[in-house]
Design a protein around this ligand. Structure first.
Ligand code: ADP
Ligand code: ADP
Ligand code: MG
Length: 451
C-alpha cells in the first residue's frame, strides 16, 4: 500500500480524499494555489505545498511542477480527483515514466476512452450500442452539414475532449449549423485546448443513466448499479439519484452487463463510469466513459455501503477487489444535490445539515472566501433512506437546515425541485429543467407559502 499520496486537486473532492487517506492509514499531502492558501484541504492534510498562482493553468494543471512536488515530498502516488488532470493521459503517462503511481487507469486506457470519438469506435466494435452519429470527426461546418444530412436532424455537436457539458450544441436544422459549429469549437478550444468535434443524433429529452464500475489489475470487473443524473442545467448535472426511478430490473441488469463488457473492452483498471442516454422507449446508448471518480460518487456509496475512493486507491496499489458481483446489494435510495455558488465573497454564516441519513461533502467554513477562479461547486448534500419517498423527504429537511450566508447559492431552488410533481413522481428526464425552471423560479419569487 502507498505510504504518502499527493492530492492534485482542491475543494470538496480534496477533502474527501484526505479523509479517506487518513482512514486507510496513508499520509496525505495536498497541493494548493495562492488562492487556496488556508483552505480546508490544506488544513486537514498531513502536508501541503504551494504550487503556483490562482490561475489553474499555472497551478493545478502544471504537470511537471506537480510531479516535481510529489518527488520532493516523498509521495509514491498522486490522486488527481475530478476535473483538472484527472482525465489527462499525458499526465498519467508522465507519472508512469517517473515511477509515481497515478491513481486512475493506465495512460493508454485514458487515451482510448478519454477521447469520446475513439471511445465510440471501440464500443461499436464490442457490441455496445452507441448513439448514431458521424463516422469520425467533423472538420468544418460544411462537413458537419454533410454528415448531419445523413444522420437526420436534430443533431448534437459534441467536443471529443469534452467534459462538464462544455462544447455541446443542439442543432435543429441546417441553417443553424454554422453558428453552432463555431460556438462549440470555440468553447471546446477554450476549455480543453482541443476543438475536435463530432456529431450525434440528438435524442429528444433522454434520461441520463450511468453505471459505476470497479475493475482491478487482476481482471476482476464489477458494477455497482446506476445513477440517474437527468436533472441537468445546460447539460450539467445538478441532482443525482440512485436507483433510477426510470429503470426496471431487466434494463438495470442489461445496462450493468453492457458496462462491464465496455470496461473489459477498454482493458479498464480503476473506478470508472459508463454513461448512457436512455430514450423514452427505454433503448439505451453509450455516450462516454469517465475514467475517474465522479462528483456524484457518494450516491452509489450510500446505496451500496462501499467506499469508492478507498477501492480506487486499493486497486491502484495493485490489490484485488474486495467485492464480487454477488456481494453487491442495493438496499437504500440516495439523492445528491449540488450546491453551487452564484456569486463570490466571504462565508459569513454556515450551518450544514446532519442527522439520520444525511451526509455533507464540502470544504466551506465560516470566514472562507469563495473566489472566482474555480468550479462553482460549494457543497454536496447527500441523503439516503429505505425508500425514494423517505429520501425525498429527508432531502427537503436537509436543505431546510442548510445555511450558507455571504454568497448566493442554488440551495433554495434545489429545495423547490424536491417539491415539483414530476420530481416527486420520479417522472422526469433531461428536459426537466427546460420544462420547469420558469415555474420553479416563480415559486421562488412567491415563496412556498402553501406547502
Ligand atoms: P461529468 O460532467 O463528466 O459527469 P462530473 O459532473 O462528475 O463530470 O464532474 C466533472 C466536473 O467537475 C469538471 O468538468 C469540472 O467542471 C468540475 N470540477 C473540477 N474540479 C473540481 C473540484 N475540485 N471540485 C468540484 N468540481 C470540480
Ligand atoms: P460531458 O463530457 O460534458 O459530460 P456527455 O457526452 O456526457 O458530455 O453529455 C452531457 C449531457 O448531454 C448528457 O448527460 C445528456 O444530458 C446530454 N447528451 C449527450 N449526448 C446526447 C445525445 N446524443 N442526445 C441527447 N442528449 C445528449
Ligand atoms: Mg458526461
Amino acid at each position: 500500500m502507498f505510504r504518502r499520496i499527493l492530492i492534485a486537486n482542491r475543494g470538496e473532492i480534496a477533502v474527501r480524499i484526505v479523509r479517506c487517506c487518513r482512514e486507510m492509514g496513508i499520509e496525505s499531502v495536498v497541493i494548493y494555489s495562492k488562492a487556496d492558501e488556508g483552505s480546508l484541504p490544506v488544513m486537514l492534510a498531513g502536508g501541503s505545498f504551494c504550487i503556483g498562482p490562482a490561475k489553474s493553468s499555472e497551478s493545478y494543471l502544471k504537470k511537471e511542477t506537480i510531479l516535481e512536488a510529489a518527488r520532493r515530498l516523498g509521495c509514491d502516488a498522486i490522486h488527481p480527483g475530478v476535473g483538472f488532470l484527472s482525465e489527462n493521459a499525458d499526465f498519467a503517462q508522465l507519472c508512469e515514466e517517473q515511477g509515481i503511481c497515478f491513481i486512475g487507469p493506465s495512460s493508454d486506457v485514458i487515451r482510448k476512452m478519454g477521447d469520446k470519438q475513439s471511445a465510440r469506435k471501440l464500443m461499436m466494435q464490442n457490441g455496445v450500442p452507441v448513439v448514431p452519429g458521424s463516422a469520425g470527426l467533423v472538420r468544418s461546418a460544411e462537413e458537419a452539414r454533410e454528415e448531419a444530412g445523413k444522420i437526420g436532424y436534430p443533431v448534437m455537436i459534441k467536443a471529443s475532449a469534452g467534459g462538464g457539458g462544455k462544447g455541446i450544441r443542439k442543432v435543429w436544422s441546417e441553417n443553424d449549423m454554422e453558428r453552432a459549429f463555431d460556438a462549440a469549437a470555440a468553447e471546446a478550444e477554450a476549455a480543453f485546448g482541443n476543438d475536435d468535434l463530432y456529431l450525434e443524433k440528438l435524442i429528444i429529452n433522454p434520461h441520463h443513466v450511468e453505471i459505476q464500475i470497479l475493475a482491478d489489475h487482476l481482471g476482476n470487473i464489477i458494477h455497482l448499479g446506476e445513477r440517474d443524473c437527468s436533472v441537468q442545467k445546460n447539460n450539467q448535472k445538478i441532482l443525482e439519484e440512485a436507483p433510477s426511478p426510470f429503470l426496471n430490473e431487466s434494463l438495470r441488469a442489461e445496462m450493468g452487463e453492457c458496462s462491464v463488457r465496455a470496461a473489459k473492452a477498454a482493458g479498464y483498471n480503476s473506478a470508472g463510469t459508463v454513461e448512457f442516454v436512455v430514450d423514452a422507449n427505454r433503448r439505451f446508448y453509450f455516450i462516454e466513459m469517465n475514467t475517474r471518480i465522479q462528483v456524484e460518487h457518494p450516491v452509489t456509496e450510500e446505496i451500496t455501503g462501499i467506499d469508492l475512493i478507498r477501492e480506487q486507491i486499493r486497486i491502484a496499489a495493485g490489490m484485488q477487489l474486495n467485492y464480487r458481483q454477488e456481494d453487491i446489494s442495493i438496499y437504500k435510495h440516495a439523492i445528491e444535490c449540488r450546491i453551487n455558488a452564484g456569486t463570490t465573497g466571504e462565508i459569513s454564516a454556515l450551518h450544514f445539515p446532519s442527522g439520520f441519513g444525511v451526509r455533507t461533502e464540502s470544504y466551506l467554513f465560516t470566514g472562507y472566501n469563495v473566489t472566482p477562479f474555480y468550479d462553482s461547486l460549494l457543497a454536496k448534500i447527500i441523503v439516503s433512506g429505505r425508500s425514494r419517498l423517505e429520501a425525498v423527504r429527508r432531502m427537503r429537511r436537509a436543505l431546510e437546515e442548510l445555511v450558507i450566508q455571504g454568497v448566493e447559492t442554488n440551495a433554495d431552488l434545489m429545495h423547490l425541485v424536491t417539491f415539483h410533481p414530476d420530481f416527486i413522481k420520479g417522472k422526469y428526464d433531461t428536459g426537466f429543467w427546460e420544462k420547469n425552471h420558469e415555474e420553479l423560479e416563480s415559486w421562488m419569487k412567491e415563496g412556498l407559502k402553501e406547502i
